[in-house]
Design a protein around this ligand. Structure first.
Ligand code: AR6
Length: 177
């Protein structure tokens, strides 16, 4: 048995789930893309909690590949789980870090009792990871790491058609394999 993996196209901040994953950076203090949208729509409570995390557990920032939860503020979710994807490199294989983002977000979600979780396409925007490769890693990792007893649904929310198609293809390939 594997967890049901679903796909949606659009803005992740318009989604309802127990937890939404943010493609953050180590500072946890905001940025563009998904991160900008989450803070804009979620409101100042999220940033306030991120600042507290920086003042306590994550004085040096959240390391790449790790995940931490905050409130979801005004978003239609109970939690935001912030994770930091690796920047794409053509010379160094950072796939394990991208897989780790997904695994750690699942681990944090399970700790919180979040049974539905929505991921964006981590690292595929500002961090330039090729979408087909990111999709393959994300889908494979979630299939392997999400315990079906703990999750009802893991959703990937893809901003554009090309990203949606890449994840659909990765999902079909994983189901065949
Ligand atoms: N909803 C869903 N997907 C989105 C949205 C949205 N509202 N906005 C963009 N995407 P990115 P990264 C897609 O850049 O590559 C930030 O500045 C986008 O098309 O958000 O992990 C952070 O602070 C792409 O496919 O995240 C970091 O500094 C995917 O989401 C840095 O960017 C991820 O794009 C992280 O870069």
């Amino acid at each position: 048995m594997t967890v049901p993996i679903t796909l949606a196209q659009g803005d992740i901040t318009a989604q309802h789930a127990d937890a939404l994953v943010n493609a953050a950076n180590s500072s946890l203090l905001g940025g563009g893309g998904v991160d900008g949208a989450i803070h804009r729509r979620g409101g100042p409570e999220i940033l306030a909690e991120c600042r507290r995390l920086r003042a306590s557990r994550y004085g040096k920032g959240l390391p790449t590949g790790q995940a931490v939860a905050t409130t979801a503020g005004r978003l239609d979710a109970a939690h935001v789980i912030h994770t930091v994807g690796p920047v794409w490199s053509a010379t160094e294989d950072r796939s394990a870090l991208l897989a780790s983002c997904h695994r750690e977000a699942l681990r944090v979600a399970a700790e919180l009792g979040a049974r539905t979780l929505a991921f964006p396409a981590i690292s595929t925007g500002v961090y330039r990871w090729p979408i087909d490769d990111a999709a393959r890693i994300a889908v494979r990792t979630v299939r392997e790491a999400a315990d079906p007893a703990l999750f009802d649904e893991v959703r990937f929310v893809l901003f554009d058609q090309a990203a949606y198609d890449a994840y659909a293809e990765a999902l079909a390939a994983a189901a065949d394999g």
